[in-house]
Design a protein around this ligand. Structure first.
Ligand code: PEP
Ligand code: MG
Length: 324
């Protein structure tokens, strides 16, 4: 039993019928990297760069950030590391960057909205990332993208900083640029985003909350936090299909990616990368080994026609044995 667990750490993530999917890890700080390696992740699908800003008394300098990103990509030994640019605001506050009091901080000034407004902060982060890209396989992801204009504006700033470094005689790696899909408007237009980004990663924690207009930390409405609601499943399917139509990577880095009920559905949709907390990796890899992707795809067709979250949940639970 223990041997089998050990073997799983270095095993490929294959479904029963031999289809490969990537299992990556979510991390908050570089201290999490050891657990990622110990559990055999095939990369880091979400590096929440906020820690650099939140664990600091002032804005982290370019060099401080460079060292942190460099250390992460070096440790991952050429496996992809997706660094998400600063996602503060909402409930994440920075003492040295006073944000205005807002009625709805989760719908307010946060993440890419701050980065585009305070492009001085954003450019510093991008330069650090560009420099670190020479030491491994670094991808950059923008959080809370709502519109194509935002992505284009972020990409334009990235390209300017990239060019400046090149003009100054510095080398930069080949970086993939992507976005988080966590705002429903972006999920709906995923077909258009897919033409312009290198990859999309679905942030179900926020996507479910915004789609259902329900805050899961509010007990009175937490019943509306429904990952298997067919409305959510249809959005996810649209994102995955849109990415594939353009030959782009479809990933997920919200909690749902490691949810044992959701995994058969996501496998059936053909999601490429599942990024989760390190502790979920091995059990998910084991689950993959037991599931047939074609049977899972059939189940998805049924689930998309269901009406409620519970209906889908029961459907998956009942089908679990026949998916094997
Ligand atoms: C998400 O929204 O699903 C996500 C991964 O981002 P965070 O949990 O950091 O908001
Ligand atoms: Mg989010």
């Amino acid at each position: 039993q223990k041997d089998e667990w050990e073997k799983l750490k270095t095993a490929e993530t294959l479904s029963k019928d031999g289809v490969h999917h990537t299992i990556a890890a979510n991390i908050g700080t570089p201290q999490d990297i050891q657990a990622v390696l110990d559990n055999g992740a095939e990369g880091i699908g979400l590096f929440r760069s906020e820690f650099l800003y939140m664990n600091s008394a002032e804005l982290p300098t370019e060099d401080e950030q460079f060292e942190a990103y460099k250390s992460a990509v070096s440790k991952l030994d050429n496996k992809p590391v997706v660094v998400r640019t600063m996602d503060v605001g909402g409930d994440k506050k920075l003492p040295y960057l006073p944000l205005p009091a807002e009625m709805n901080p989760f719908m307010g000034y946060r993440a890419i909205r701050i980065s585009l407004d305070r492009d001085d902060i954003f450019r510093t982060q991008l330069r650090a990332l560009l420099r670190a890209s020479n030491f491994g396989n670094l991808w950059i992801m923008f959080p809370m993208i709502a519109t194509l204009d935002e992505f284009r504006a972020a990409k334009a700033i990235y390209n300017e900083e990239r060019q400046k470094l090149i003009d100054a005689g510095q080398k930069v790696g080949d970086i993939k640029l992507g976005i988080m899909i966590e705002i429903p408007a972006a999920a709906v237009l995923a077909d258009q985003f897919a033409k312009e980004v290198d990859f999309m990663s679905i942030g179900t924690n926020d996507l479910i909350g915004y789609s259902m207009a329900a805050d899961r930390t509010n007990e009175r409405v937490s019943y509306l936090y429904q990952p298997y609601n067919p409305a959510i499943l249809r959005l996810i399917k649209h994102v995955v299909d849109s990415a594939h139509k353009e030959g782009k990577v479809a990933a997920m880095c919200g909690e749902m990616a490691g949810d044992q009920i959701a995994v058969p559905l996501l496998l059936g949709m053909g999601l490429d990368e599942f990024s989760m907390s390190a502790t979920s990796i091995l059990k998910t890899r084991l689950l993959f080994k037991e599931l047939d992707s074609k049977k899972a795809a059939k189940l998805v067709e049924k689930a998309l026609q269901a009406q409620t979250n519970d209906e889908v949940k029961n459907m998956v639970e009942e089908a679990m044995d026949s998916l094997k």
